[in-house]
Design a protein around this ligand. Structure first.
Ligand SMILES: Nc1nc2c(ncn2[C@@H]2O[C@H](COP(=O)(O)OP(=O)(O)OP(=O)(O)O)[C@@H](O)[C@H]2O)c(=O)[nH]1
Ligand SMILES: [Mg+2]
Length: 293
């Protein structure tokens, strides 16, 4: 009998969840940013390891903000906490334990979890040990795996530990596929990464991307996408003087799309204003962020 299961990747914003997903998968499908609250929706990546099928589900960071979009984001993380077979609680090794304590409260069904301490390349070995002890003080049964996606430390140990904790189950999906996400959703995330990279500190949070059309040719994908902004002044900033900014965004995004698809990409970007889309239920739902209740 094989092993297979759904493994939720949860933790505070910016702790390195999406980086962890991409790293374990060996493919970049999730957007990564130094700016917090980049991930808005669940996204899965399927890792085959020693005959087991690990379905990793990346989530938005655990945080509370009044905006409707942020409520949707928290909902995504909470659903994952409730529905997974196993959870990875991902924490920056430099963070305090408030996030972990909150997670323990949220994990009402006591779904088994592994604490993954990320970014250990940024601290000394002794700091990692100290942090482990802090976790053990809060939960003496905590299983903790320190990793660094940047330095390539801890991958096998983590995957082994995940497999150890999964139950026997037939594969859920064809073992050849790396994700059940549609290509258009992955393209959307990668273009959003370009927005996080190229726009200032506030603007990325009020923008989104719609993939209008993808024309797939054997060696080339033509991708037509619209960037959504909340206000017309933002549209001007996104386009930039003589179109300079949108060109930069397009070049950055095109590289990510080409890396993922292994094809040449022709990317056409438009900008459209959808007033207050982050605060309006219907407009959020139209963009794929459906708030239940
Ligand atoms: N040095 C170092 N930086 C890392 C590592 N893992 C992630 N980062 C950086 O940490 C930042 C946040 O990474 P993300 O993967 O986007 O974090 P996240 O938890 O998905 O963030 P949200 O989706 O916003 O909740 C990025 O700048 C990453 O490059 C690591 O192992 N070492
Ligand atoms: Mg993320």
């Amino acid at each position: 009998m094989t092993k297979a299961g759904f493994v939720g990747v949860v933790g505070r914003p910016n702790s390195g969840k999406s980086t962890l997903l991409n790293w374990l998968l060996g493919e970049k499908i999730a957007l990564v940013s130094p700016k917090a609250n980049a991930t808005r929706k669940r996204i899965n990546g399927i890792v085959m390891w020693k005959g087991a099928q690990i379905i990793l589900v990346d989530t938005p960071g655990l945080h509370q903000q009044e905006k409707l979009l942020n409520k949707f984001m928290l909902g995504e993380a909470l659903k994952t906490i409730g529905e997974s077979d196993l959870l990875l609680f991902v924490a920056d090794v430099r963070d305090n334990l408030e996030g972990y304590k909150w997670f323990l409260e949220l994990n009402k069904k006591k779904i088994p979890h592994i604490v993954v301490l990320t970014k250990i390349d940024l601290v000394k070995g002794e700091d990692v040990e100290k942090k482990k002890e802090e976790y053990l003080e809060v939960n003496r049964e905590a299983e903790i795996v320190p990793v660094s996606a940047v330095a390539g430390i801890g991958k096998e140990e983590l995957l082994d530990k995940i497999v150890e904790k999964l139950s026997e189950h037939p594969y859920y999906f064809d073992p050849e596929i790396i994700s059940t996400e549609h290509i258009r959703d992955i393209y959307k995330e990668l273009i959003r990464e370009a927005l996080f990279e190229k726009l200032g500190d506030e603007l990325p949070y009020e923008t989104d991307v719609i993939i209008e059309k993808i024309e797939e040719l054997p060696h080339l994908d033509r991708v037509y996408a619209t960037i959504i902004a909340e206000r017309s002044s933002q549209k001007g900033i996104i386009i930039g003087e003589r179109g300079r900014k949108i060109k930069e965004i397009g070049m950055y995004a095109r590289k990510l799309l080409e890396q993922f698809s292994g094809k040449k990409i022709y990317l056409e970007l438009y900008v459209k204003v959808v007033p207050k889309w982050t605060k309006n239920k219907k407009r959020l739902a139209d963009l794929g962020y459906r708030i239940e209740q």
